[in-house]
Design a protein around this ligand. Sequence first.
Ligand code: FAD
Length: 388
Amino acid sequence: MPTDPALADELVATVRRWVAKEVIPNASAFEHADEFPEAMVAQMRDFGLFGATIPEEYGGLDLDVLTYARLVEELAYGWMSLSGVLNTHTIVANLIKRFGTDEQRAQWLPDMATGEVRGAFSLSEPDAGSDAQALACKATPDGDEYVVNGTKMWVTNGERAKVVALVAKAPEGITCFIIGKEPGPRFEGISVSRRIDKLGYKGLETVEMAYDGHRIGADTVLGGADNLGKGMHQVLSSLELGRINIAARAVGVARAAFDAALAYAQQRETFGVPIAKHQAIQFKLADMATKLQASKLLVQSAAEKFEAGGRADVEAGMAKLFCSESALEIATECMRIHGGMGYTAELPVERYYRDAPLMIIGEGTNEIQRVVIARGLLRRAEAGEPVL
Ligand SMILES: Cc1cc2nc3c(=O)[nH]c(=O)nc-3n(C[C@H](O)[C@H](O)[C@H](O)COP(=O)(O)OP(=O)(O)OC[C@H]3O[C@@H](n4cnc5c(N)ncnc54)[C@H](O)[C@@H]3O)c2cc1C
């Protein structure tokens, strides 16, 4: 159901004010120290953001995806990493909401809605990224349990998460398991085998996790035994929501970079005039603003399609592709407009430049988005449906 527009506007305005007051002045210090922003995440919990898309009956805000995307944009405007704390959590909550059994929903969603339990999404492996079908992590049945062995790579929020959507190979095929754990580097047969140091997207952990004989109950199969072997189908539909998050956060970073560039261009003078008076700079600003505006509209279109139900693979893929490429270009142009100052750690401009490339990779690289978009277009054309 669409969120009441007045409520949506109020929430977005509240988060925007908080980002201006608490996030923007502090983000660079946390980022440069690669420190997890506990207090900011606590405030996100107080706003109810971890329950943004969780139904009210489980204590969530039950917002529509467009409102969720607007909130993600606001967080990323201040610091992209905050939108990352929310993304895997929301993907997992969406998997449970959409495919979980009644017991799984009742077990996980109320604590996920408050943010007491935060989620990590674990699909990728050292040798299975774009080619997710190649994954090797195994879940072997043993009586009423499964024994998990294998290595999962790039688990964002993996160390702090209390619930993980783990995609592994069962005898019936690729299956999604919803497993509980305690935060920390080690829990029963799960351990953090590597903390990955990154170019940007700092302050939140992205880790490699080793499963060594970790035992889980048969009741952890997402949606129950009938869904053994259906993990890839479940995961792909939830990745559409993840791609909308990436597109929305790209808009947030791009908007921050554009605003910084516009302000600097009006204030910095060369040859006796503000650099905004030079046509070369004006053309940059015009291109940046055009890409930013087009990005916003693509996020809106993807969110509306997702909300309507059915597949939104084409729209989410287009939004993710265009918004992330645009954010990368806008962050680069922002740096050029700032001249030497853009290259210093004194301004957040260098952070936008380091954060933006993640979005061309995460939730499926942009090469893979083109494959997804083209397949979706052809599927619609073959079915005689409107392609766009
Ligand atoms: C910071 C960060 C956080 C992440 N967080 C998570 C997470 O929380 N959970 C999770 O499961 N994963 C996560 N990922 C993993 C991410 O989804 C993968 O990195 C991504 O899907 C690409 O996989 P890969 O790195 O193995 O690259 P590869 O698949 O090895 O690709 C290498 C290159 O080849 C290209 N390529 C591959 N196949 C094709 C093809 N068929 N056609 C054309 N080009 C192709 C790719 O586009 C890329 O340019 C994260 C990654 C990063 C960097």
